[in-house]
Ligand binder design. Structure first.
Ligand code: PHE
Length: 340
């Protein structure tokens, strides 16, 4: 009988339980009334009286071992079920990460804001549906300026005129009316022009306006600010060039060009073989505009600039078609996942 107990003990010890069914099999096989450990007690009855004590202890020990094993198995199966764990197969391919990412235009907008915020500029906002005064008249546009014509501006109502703003400069006079100098603000937003859609133009796009008004603000401040911006945005090696230009609301006015990022000035088709790419319009705020904003031009001066977010994004990521930004093709948009 001792042999039998030993063999059974070995069986109990080597039994593996991995599931609820295994656990039930263990119970039936050893512990239940008809189980083999229970059967040992019947065998015990017919043992010789002098062996009974010794055998009784051995059988009891095995019974305890079997029961404690059962308990341990039971607990581990319950834990497995409650934590919903499964045995992990580390050789399986990973589940693809489907989190979204920022639109490339927003990546650029946030980068522009970051650069100017470090120079002490705050961020302001203005309406996209605008009146004639803030979009044109207050900005010193003459009555017959071509930008007012139907082919450039989307008019919503005539007399009095309500329109979709053609630039972010509409926020300039609103800011001046609402706060006294010093004003140091950038104004990102969407603008609208009635243009045929192509790889280089769209009927809506995005700009960032900048305005700095204080005592003794000069043209050198404008130049240094935009030079700093160009280096931060496009890299330390970037150069800028100021080209004389005309805007009704700035005097003097200048277009800001940066050295071509693709050919570094050698000449290529991105810069149309000039070595330079235009990124912004700028100038010293016209005294009439300051007056329209309630600011005395004898006391304060300032500069303003406006840059296209699409243009900067295209240069930054070498994108050659503006329409990609609004087509919502995820194959294009997903490429900006890791770019911040
Ligand atoms: N508003 C001008 C444009 O849309 C850009 C600009 C802004 C120029 C501020 C000078 C000063 O082209």
């Amino acid at each position: 009988m001792e042999e039998k107990v030993k063999a059974l003990q070995h069986e109990v010890e080597s039994f593996l339980v991995k599931s609820k069914e295994d656990l039930e099999n263990f119970r039936l096989k050893f512990i239940s009334k008809k189980g083999s450990v229970s059967a040992l007690f019947d065998d015990l009855k017919s043992a010789l009286p002098e062996e009974k004590r010794k055998l009784g202890k051995v059988v009891n020990d095995l019974k305890q071992l079997t029961e404690s094993k059962f308990k341990t198995f039971q607990e581990s199966i319950e834990n497995l079920a409650s934590s919903d764990q499964e045995i992990m197969d580390l050789s399986l391919p990973v589940i693809p990460n489907k989190t979204g990412n920022l639109h490339p235009l927003n990546l650029t907008r946030y980068r522009i804001i970051e650069i100017f915020e470090r120079l002490g500029f705050n961020v302001s906002d203005g309406p996209e549906i605008e009146d004639d005064w803030h979009n044109f008249t207050a900005l010193n546009f003459p009555e017959n300026h071509p930008a007012r014509e139907m082919q450039d501006t989307f008019f919503i109502e005539k007399n009095p005129d309500v329109l979709l703003r053609t630039h972010t400069s509409n926020v300039q006079v609103r800011l001046m009316k609402n706060q006294k100098p010093p004003i140091r603000s950038i104004m990102p937003g969407r603008v609208y022009r009635n243009e045929a859609i192509s790889a280089r133009a769209h009927c809506f796009f995005h700009q960032v306006e900048g305005l700095y008004i204080d005592k003794n603000v000069g043209f050198s401040d404008l130049k240094q600010t935009l030079y700093h911006f160009a280096k931060e945005m496009f890299g330390k090696e970037t150069k800028i060039r100021l080209r004389p230009s005309y805007f009704p609301f700035t005097e003097p006015s200048a277009e800001i060009d940066i050295s071509c990022l693709i050919c570094h000035g050698e000449g290529c088709n991105v810069c149309k073989y000039s070595g330079w790419v235009e990124i912004a319009g700028s100038g010293m705020v016209h005294p009439n505009v300051l007056r329209n904003g309630g600011i005395d031009p004898e006391e304060f001066t300032g500069f303003a600039f406006g840059m296209g977010i699409e243009r900067i994004t295209m240069l930054r990521y070498s994108i050659n078609d503006l329409r990609l930004f609004s087509e919502n093709d995820v194959r294009f948009l997903r490429q900006f996942k890791s770019v911040v």
